[in-house]
Design a protein around this ligand. Structure first.
Ligand code: NAP
Ligand code: ZN
Length: 356
């Protein structure tokens, strides 16, 4: 049994997103049915709509920064009731049995976690569709509690941009006395600055955009370096314990690696394919430096991050848009022209207003 749902989909690489109707299942015993209020726009949505990773199943309904209200629950659901405000991030399922799943790291499920969109449901083989839609049906385990203190519009991007920047900072034990650099001031980067600061680190933004200095300082940066200026990058040699690199396209890691101190780590979060030009081994060997990667975060850590945000008064800086404006938002995202996350007011889907 299914319900017809209205959403927005991309039908082919390069096609504009447009209204799309599709089916969602009736709740299984452990499912929560959520009426979506807000959905953030992640650069991954754009990668997926453009088939940048070569695995897009069209039509794709993106959206994995979802905030909404519970409107129905399955018979065995115990943690949520109708009326609760909840969140859904990048995953809606995983095998639940492999070592990473048992350790609460569902994002590294050895049997592939099920993404919120562009995935295949483990039980019925249907395609998963994301948050650019009026409702979503998700197993209780993958539904997050949204603390009362958080502004709901601004909380939506925490479900991906938030956890993806928080998780590596926690994994590498960032805290007082450490120096962290965040590369790229976009959705993930602006949250990286806020989290690293709140965890007690000294924080530097490395950006290609000279005009972002004042904003970066407002968001928590103690220092700002412009990546294209050797006079700024050179003197930073050996400075950082951790670099959170959020650049969404292939780029040269070598200048950034030189700014790591002994035992420092550069963490990539962008899925940018092969690293080119090659990393110089001398930069790794001579200071025991590492290049690492990190993907979102597990369900338990997502709840920890949401509670951390409530405790430290942290939220995302968002620009609200209507669903009908999504194509313009993608154009602006490609130009890094967003402060610092677009969030779709999903109420606009019902309004049937024309696109800008
Ligand atoms: P975003 O909002 O577009 O921000 C990316 C920032 O990187 C830009 O604001 C810009 O900052 C910088 N940048 C963009 N193009 C660049 C280029 N060609 N060269 C150098 N710097 C550039 O993107 P986002 O949503 O934060 O996502 C960032 C990446 O993380 C994407 O590839 C996304 O798919 C990925 N991601 C990964 C995960 C994960 O689990 N690992 C989760 C979510 C997203 P400046 O202007 O300051 O330089
Ligand atoms: Zn995302």
């Amino acid at each position: 049994m299914t319900d017809a749902i209205n959403g927005y989909a991309c039908a082919a690489p390069g096609a504009a997103l447009a209204p799309f109707q599709f089916a969602r299942r009736h709740p299984r015993v452990d499912d929560v049915v959520i009426e979506i209020q807000y959905c953030g726009v992640c650069h991954s949505d754009l990668h997926q709509a453009h088939n940048d990773w070569g695995n897009t199943r069209y039509p794709v309904v993106p959206g994995h920064e979802i905030i909404g209200r519970v409107i129905n629950v399955g018979a065995s659901v115990s943690r949520f009731r109708t009326g609760d405000i909840v969140g859904v991030g990048c995953l809606v399922d995983s095998c639940g049995d492999c070592p990473p799943c048992c350790e609460g790291e569902e994002q590294y499920c050895l049997n592939r976690p099920t993404p919120t969109y562009n995935g295949v449901d483990r039980h019925d083989g249907s395609t998963t569709y994301g948050g650019y839609s009026e409702r979503i049906v998700v197993a209780e385990k993958f539904v997050l509690r949204i603390p009362d203190r958080l502004d709901l519009k601004a909380a939506a991007p925490l479900l991906c941009a938030g956890i993806t920047s928080y998780s590596p900072l926690r994994h590498w034990n960032v805290g007082r006395g450490q120096r962290v650099a965040v590369v790229g001031l976009g959705g993930l980067g602006h949250m990286g600055l806020k989290f690293a600061k709140a965890l007690g680190a000294e924080v530097t933004l490395i950006t290609r955009s000279a005009g972002k200095e004042q904003e970066a300082r407002r968001l928590g940066a103690d220092d700002v370096l412009v990546s294209s200026d050797p006079a700024q990058i050179g003197p930073a040699a050996g400075r950082f314990d951790l670099i959170l690199d959020t650049i969404p396209t292939p780029h040269d890691l070598n200048p950034y690696l030189s700014t790591l101190r002994l035992n420092g780590t550069l963490v990539l979060v962008g899925l940018i394919g092969p690293i080119a030009p090659p990393v110089h081994s001398g930069l790794l060997v001579t200071a025991r430096r590492s290049v690492a990667g990190s993907a979102i975060g597990g369900v338990e850590q997502m709840q920890e991050m949401l509670d951390f945000c409530a405790a430290h008064d942290i939220n995302c800086d968002v620009e609200m848009i209507r669903m009908q404006d999504i194509n313009r938002a993608y154009e602006r995202l490609l130009k890094s022209d967003v402060r610092y996350r677009f969030v779709i007011d999903m109420g606009s889907l019902k309004a049937r207003v024309p696109a800008e």
